[in-house]
Design a protein around this ligand. Structure first.
Ligand code: PMT
Length: 353
């Protein structure tokens, strides 16, 4: 596979040459209704993107490239935003982690381990059909494993409350194409809320893709030796997102993932400088669960932090958030969200840029 892209799409040329996902209109109608309801209720709304995008190599897709992300950051953050009183549009990669159900993922906390068959029902005297010797039908009783009950009850209560309040709206994507079309359309719908909208871009988005015009229709056949595919660059969508789709009013938070710690700050600063949005959160792949760095503009920060940074000529403010890596009960997203809620509050009220 070539490492140099053959061409660069602008956002405009991308959307005029690549087809929208078939369910886009339906998805957007749902978002429109949700945003209208939250606007009437006076709620702030955060649009969370989560999980990795795929890049299919064939139109009838058998093979694809994937981007790393389990969806933990997005799903966990969504829960804390809901707790803070936000309505959440949660756009995630199909089958990646979701708010609430993430606590029972099949790999770390298998759902079936939370359930037990009551001992009387499990009695070996009962025929497997469930009928007792006198012919009365009994169904086996299922109960929650006692030591898991409290945690389950806590999660279930919040989950049911959120559903009753109608403050969580979920959308799914698989490919980078689905993601880009949805990102644009949801951002445009949400721009109705102006400063009350936050955009929290935790998804891991492919940098390269195969335009459909270059894709093989059927499964790529083996037998011809090595495979060479030249990919095009995915358009940098943060620019149009900041300047056009969100009407320059949204509070936009992007993430920067690096594996080389020394690149984290310069790359995050470069991203903020290039796109002119509000916050870049830098995270190192191996330290992301207990350490992140917020990069923002000095002019956005409070008076006290402005004074702290007065000596430096850099336009950026850098602040680290750390938690104890050994404290398994603590999630760094709690602190990330708390900090962003404060900053967004100032953004909404001050009208500063
Ligand atoms: O889900 P987890 O396993 O918990 O992992 C979370 C995470 C490490 C994936 C997450 O915290 C993270 O860092 N996400 C961003 C990953 C990344 O490398 O981003 P990027 O450099 O490709 O893009 C920068 C930002 O622009 C991201 O916010 C991305 O969502 C957004 N972007 C990028 C390109 C593009 N075409 N569209 C975008 O929206």
């Amino acid at each position: 596979m070539s490492s140099s892209p053959s061409s660069t799409f602008s956002a405009e040329s991308y959307f005029s040459t690549q087809l929208p996902p078939s369910n886009l209109e339906h998805d957007i109608a749902g978002v429109r209704e949700f945003v209208g309801r939250q606007k009437d209720a006076g709620r702030k709304v955060v649009f969370v993107t989560s999980g990795g995008t795929t890049v299919p190599l064939e139109l009838n897709v058998v093979r694809f490239l994937d981007n790393f992300s389990a969806g933990t950051r997005g799903a966990t953050s969504a829960e804390y935003f809901l707790k803070a009183g936000y309505a959440v549009i949660f756009m995630h990669r199909q089958f990646s982690l979701q708010p609430f159900s993430r606590h029972y993922s099949h790999s770390i906390n298998p759902f079936l381990d939370f359930l037990e068959i009551e001992s009387s029902s499990a009695s070996s005297e009962l025929p497997s059909s469930g009928s007792t010797p006198n012919g009365v039908t009994s169904s086996p009783q299922i109960c929650v494993t006692p030591n898991k009950r409290d945690h389950l009850l806590e999660v279930l209560t919040v989950y049911k409350n959120v559903h009753a309040a109608g403050t969580l709206h979920t959308l799914t994507f698989v490919t980078v194409n689905d993601y880009l079309w949805l990102l644009r359309a949801v951002s445009q719908e949400l721009s109705l809320l102006r400063r009350k909208a936050m955009y929290y871009l935790a998804a891991a988005v492919s940098d390269f893709f195969l335009p459909r015009q270059k894709m093989s229709e059927h499964k790529i056949q083996s037998g011809k030796g090595s495979l060479h595919i030249e990919m095009d660059q995915v358009p940098k969508i943060l620019k149009p997102m900041v300047e056009d789709w969100t009407g320059k009013d949204g509070f936009i938070v992007s993430f920067k993932l690096e594996t080389d710690q020394t690149l984290l700050i310069p790359k995050a600063q470069a991203s903020l400088n290039r796109y002119g949005h509000q916050v870049v959160i830098g995270n190192d792949l191996n330290r992301r669960k207990f350490e992140v760095v917020f990069i923002s503009w000095k002019e956005f920060t409070s008076q006290s932090s402005r004074e702290d940074d007065a000596s430096s000529s850099s336009p950026f403010r850098e602040s680290w958030l750390r938690i104890d890596p050994h404290d398994r009960a603590k999630e760094i997203e709690e602190d990330i969200v708390e900090e962003l809620v404060k900053r967004h509050g100032r953004w909404v009220h001050s009208g500063e840029r």
